[in-house]
Design a binder for this molecule. Structure first.
Ligand code: FAD
Ligand code: MLT
Ligand code: ZN
Length: 475
């Protein structure tokens, strides 16, 4: 059916009959929260939001939609930073929320696995693991809203990738509803399974363009018994990297997170977030070091103290504080986790979620900051993030006093400026947020040729009608 034709009324009636009143939303006020992304970059339209209660219901709904040629947009917590989970402005794309598939089906502390449905909120998955005496280690600022289906579909990274890997590394098996409505029952919990192409890995990071993830088998880990968190002011970006090396060289297994923040970002936290107290102020560069171990006698405190002492003597660390309680650890982490919210409250900002080899992070921050200040005088670079993974959020805050729209009109210049430097440093233009709608136009120049060609053929093979999340990922 042509893209500009409205969807046939019988389809909506059939979907309503299949899913019942709780399973389909059509009132404008109910649709609204599903139409705009977290950053309010996009505002789309949809005839309805489907909310199936089970995998089977979703599969039946997908069959009806496929027969009618209706495009579908999977949505989890709608915290995408690249507009991945919202429909376009055309009004034909049907949003499918996985929110009601929210059961933790099984936890096995011997296999160290959890089987969770797509709509389980990440924090709820962490809590369920903790109740069973285990750890589900994926952790990010949006964990109170983002869902298992969403974090897998974007292959989310977050704060603990340096230790546990990205979402992909935490997944053993998947259940998927394919674009024709078939269900693929791939919920295997095997550590070894070399049986042809690893299909499950195609759906992780596909951002909903190949099908719906409805459930997953996730890896669990032993719970940490000891942890230490320190906030440090470091001399500069090179000193931040030197500190990472120092701590890693002492005990690589102890590093749970290693996060960089700029003085500008910490100051935004202090001024924009309620109760935004910072124990060390006045620094230009900050690092948050988080050590954790499941061994009760790991000796993390002496380890942290020894590393910081060495780094102070070397002039890399200028000042540091180690949290003395769980409450203090949470307070230090809050400074880092509230960075996106603080940036949002300060006004318009442009995000550059980029990665480079870890060794090149100082150059990335230094060169990009200088180039961005030259591009838009008065603008404020706010680099922060996962230094231990080489993933820096090279974000730019508007100049005070500039109209937000005027600043945002320069978004592509800003992203191009950073990306040019990222390319020189051998990095990637999207480290963990994905492509969504925001970065599709970058795919040709970064992934063009054989790589994009194969991606297009995979898409055509699995979703020949092109109904899954059109306009996302592939240009
Ligand atoms: P949504 O935003 O709803 O969807 C994301 C994409 O996945 C869309 O393309 C959607 O169509 C698709 N999708 C969703 N569910 C399914 C499904 N069941 N099957 C198939 N496709 C599906 N990301 C990081 O990686 N690291 C961070 O540190 C990080 N920090 C963040 C902090 C804040 C404050 C915010 C707002 C976001 C942050 N993000 C981060 C981005 C975001 O949280 C992640 O991309 C997250 O994985 C999205 O999960 P979600 O459930 O909200 O998915
Ligand atoms: C984070 O790590 O907090 C987010 O991924 C970064 C961002 O909001 O730019
Ligand atoms: Zn991040």
């Amino acid at each position: 059916m042509p893209d500009d034709q409205p969807l046939p009324t019988p389809l909506l009636e059939r979907l309503a009959a299949l899913l019942g009143p709780r399973g389909i939303l059509t009132e404008a006020a109910d649709l609204e929260p599903h139409l705009a992304d977290w950053r309010a970059l996009y505002h789309g339209k949809t005839p309805c939001v489907l909310r199936p209660a089970s995998t089977q219901e979703l599969a039946e709904a997908v069959k009806l939609c496929a027969a009618a040629g209706a495009p579908l947009v999977p949505q989890g917590g709608n915290t995408s930073m690249v507009g991945g989970g919202v429909p376009d402005e055309g009004g034909r794309q049907i949003v499918v929320s996985l929110a009601r598939l929210n059961r933790v089906r099984d936890i096995d502390p011997l296999d160290m696995t959890m089987t969770a449905e797509a709509g389980v909120v990440l924090k709820a998955a962490q809590d369920a693991a903790a109740e069973a005496g285990c750890l589900f280690p994926l952790s990010l600022g949006a964990e109170g809203t983002a869902t298992i289906g969403g974090v897998l579909s974007t292959n989310a990274g977050g704060n603990t990738t340096v230790r546990y890997g990205n979402a992909r590394e935490l997944m053993l098996g998947l259940e998927v509803v394919l674009p024709d409505g078939q269900i693929w029952h791939g919920l295997r919990r095997l550590r070894k399974d070399n049986t042809g192409y690893a299909l499950r890995h195609l759906f992780v990071g596909a951002e909903g363009t190949l099908g719906f993830i409805t459930a997953a088998v996730l890896r669990l880990f032993p719970r940490p018994r000891e942890s230490e968190v320190a906030l440090c002011i470091v001399r500069d970006e090179d000193a931040a990297l030197a500190l990472f090396r120092r701590v890693r060289d002492r005990d690589e297994t102890a590093v749970r997170a290693f996060e960089y923040m700029s003085g500008t970002g910490v100051e935004l936290y202090r001024t924009q977030i309620e109760g935004g107290a910072v124990p060390l102020t006045g620094g230009a560069h900050y690092v948050l070091v988080d050590l954790a171990s499941s061994r009760p006698d790991a000796g993390l405190r002496p380890l942290m103290e020894a590393v910081l002492e060495e780094a102070l003597e070397a002039g890399e660390v200028l000042d540091a504080t180690i949290a003395e309680s769980e409450a203090q650890r949470a307070a230090l982490w809050r400074i880092r986790e509230e960075h996106p919210e603080a940036q949002k409250r300060e006004g318009a900002s442009v995000k550059n979620d980029v990665s480079v080899p870890v060794s090149r992070t100082p150059e990335l921050i230094q060169h990009s900051s200088a180039a961005l200040k030259a591009l838009i005088p008065g603008s404020r670079p706010v680099p922060f993030g996962h230094l231990g993974d080489g993933n820096i959020h090279m974000n730019l805050q508007q100049p005070p006093g500039m109209a937000a729209a005027e600043f945002l009109a320069r978004s592509h210049d800003i992203m191009d400026t950073v990306n040019e430097i990222v390319r020189e440093l051998g990095g990637s233009f999207s480290a963990e947020h994905g492509i969504g709608r925001l970065k599709t136009d970058m795919m040709e120049s970064w992934r063009g040729g054989a790589e994009l060609d194969v991606m297009r053929r995979v898409k055509a093979a699995i979703d020949p009608l092109g109904l899954m999340n059109p306009g996302k990922v592939l240009p």
